[in-house]
Write a new protein. Structure first.
Length: 200
């Protein structure tokens, strides 16, 4: 039942998981929704706009192929925490190169940003299955995805409002990087919670 996810010892763990899902999807949908517009508005040709956007997805797909086995072999929480931190670095870097870097720097950084943002989203679902016991697993994953969608809705709306208010793209990408740091911290805290619950 849903109430089991937020009752007793599971409350904080579920809250941390929901935070990671929401933060990751907020960054993912914000980048997918606004990266083409931002790059195009700065005068980049259409082929660069398309390439930079597509490569964020390709980077995530390729990264997920590596992240999945790494989560199996090593600590899954720490692995994903590092992925989010890497994603934060590359998203912040994307903000720096988007206005003045070369085309290759832009598309290369977009690819690397995708490894953390899109790759992280593909992997955090597996983390939810590790966290909950079998009787709670399907409910836990379903609700995490549902709560995450709220972040996915809010992210593009906030970015759109920020652009309308005159914020620079560099500042917006830096804010998205901070959101990914929040996701990383949530996942790393979740590891400590998960260990404590196993020992309890």
């Amino acid at each position: 039942m849903v109430v089991d996810l937020v009752r007793g010892r599971w409350f904080l763990s579920t809250l941390l998981l929901w935070t990671a899902f929401a933060a990751n999807l907020a960054a993912f949908y914000a980048i997918q929704s606004w990266l083409p517009t931002i790059v195009g508005s700065l005068g980049a040709p259409s082929r660069v706009v398309i390439a930079s956007t597509v490569l964020t997805t390709i980077g995530g797909i390729l990264a997920a192929i590596i992240i999945g086995p790494a989560m199996d072999k090593a600590n899954p929480f720490r692995t994903l925490g590092v992925v989010y931190l890497g994603g934060a670095v590359f998203v912040a870097a994307l903000g720096w190169v988007i206005g003045g870097g070369s085309t290759w720097a832009l598309v290369g950084t977009a690819f690397l940003a995708g490894t953390g943002v899109t790759g992280g989203q593909m992997s955090v679902i597996a983390l939810a299955t590790v966290l909950y016991p079998p009787g709670m697993r399907s409910t836990g994953v379903g609700w995490a995805l549902g709560i995450g969608r709220l972040g996915g809705i809010a992210g593009p709306l906030i970015v759109g409002s920020a652009l309308g208010a005159g914020f620079l793209p560099r500042d917006i990408f830096f804010a998205m990087a901070v959101i990914l740091v929040v996701a990383s911290i949530s996942v790393l805290m979740l590891e400590h919670r998960s260990r404590a619950q196993r020992l309890a």
